[in-house]
Design a protein around this ligand. Structure first.
Ligand SMILES: [Mg+2]
Length: 332
């Protein structure tokens, strides 16, 4: 039923949700290019229920905070690995050189993405070559990540608990280092059976590091097209109500590759260079949250979906097919 076709009295009768009744969407730092569109999608989500939902989220500075209360900077998933003490002396030096060569290309506002892609592949390939030929004990990574398990956005645990309870699959999509992502999420107790991490994972050969496993996930191929035809895609592709969350402009395209009939609500966390970036973020995301270090908005959306779901299934039978535990082990 197209929500826009309803008149005011019909909206009241079917429990239509209005933006003005959702407090977190009425805060000053919450911006929307088209609030009517957001309202329409929210109502589709609420009517469709949890069984049609999936969440696709970036990790670095989306699940982790962009700014912590104590001012301590949170490193990226690659940054956590790169700061491990046992890595060879020249490793960090060489990794820094690559950063200074390729990062300006990554953020160059003039170079087309089609041209950037080859440089990003070079960057990731050369990083993989550097992470080759020496021993590395993953328990060192666990020790490093444990220092940052409290640097997740406020409300992250509650959000992930609700997603598990409602059996909603979560894809954490990261062009960073998957080993750090999984380690940090495990230590923070949010690596639940409904969560799948697609990222770059270290590969070992004969006890020594051997670069990264395939396929390479870089900034410009980080979308569901890399999953097409794989097990995870099969498990979730019928879930056509999608919440996408990210802090980089490229994150807005993470659901590219899902059927065009899908309803996608994109939430962007904007922190750096707010004024300069605002227009681009407003064009890329449906909801832009400026210096919001919480999960309040996705939590509020889930609460609405949950509330309607409870009304339909008051006796606890949730009517949803269980999210297969094999989500985590599903290959791409
Ligand atoms: Mg990020």
């Amino acid at each position: 039923m197209g929500a826009t076709e309803l008149n005011a009295s019909q909206k009241d009768r079917v429990g239509y949700v209005r933006i003005q009744d959702i407090p977190v969407l009425n805060q000053d730092h919450c911006r929307m290019r088209d609030s009517q569109r957001v309202e329409r999608i929210i109502n589709e989500f609420v009517c469709g229920g949890p069984e049609r939902m999936q969440v696709v989220s970036d990790f670095d500075y989306t699940i982790t905070k962009q700014r912590t209360d104590d001012g301590v900077a949170v490193p990226s998933s690659f940054g956590i690995f790169n700061s491990c003490k046992s890595l060879p002396d020249n490793f960090k030096e060489e990794i820094d050189k690559l950063f200074h060569k390729y990062h300006p290309i990554e953020i160059d506002p003039h170079m087309p993405i089609s041209e950037k892609v080859q440089y990003m592949i070079e960057w990731w390939t050369q990083s993989g070559k550097l992470a080759t030929g020496f021993a590395f004990d993953l328990t060192e990574l666990d020790q490093m990540t444990s220092q940052f398990k409290h640097a997740l956005r406020d409300g992250t645990h509650e959000l992930f608990d609700a997603l598990l309870r409602l059996q909603i699959p979560v894809l954490v999509f990261s062009a960073g280092l998957g080993n750090s992502v999984v380690s940090l999420m495990e230590q923070a107790n949010i690596m639940q059976p409904n969560v799948k991490v697609v990222s770059n994972f270290l590969r070992y050969r004969d006890g020594l590091l051997d670069g990264f496993q395939e396929p390479m996930i870089h900034i410009f191929n980080k979308n569901e097209t890399v999953l097409e035809g794989g097990e995870y895609y099969e498990l979730v592709h019928t879930r056509d109500h999608i919440i996408v969350m990210g802090d980089s402009l490229g994150d807005a395209d993470m659901a590219a590759g899902v059927p065009s009939s899908s309803h996608i609500l994109k939430i962007g966390f904007l922190f750096h260079h707010v004024e300069a970036n605002m227009e681009k973020y407003m064009n890329a995301f449906d909801i832009v949250l400026v210096d919001d270090q919480t999960m309040s908005v996705p939590q509020a959306l889930l609460a609405l979906i949950d509330k309607r779901h409870q009304l339909r299934h008051p006796h606890g039978s949730n009517g949803t097919a269980p999210v297969q535990a094999q989500l985590q082990s599903a290959s791409l």
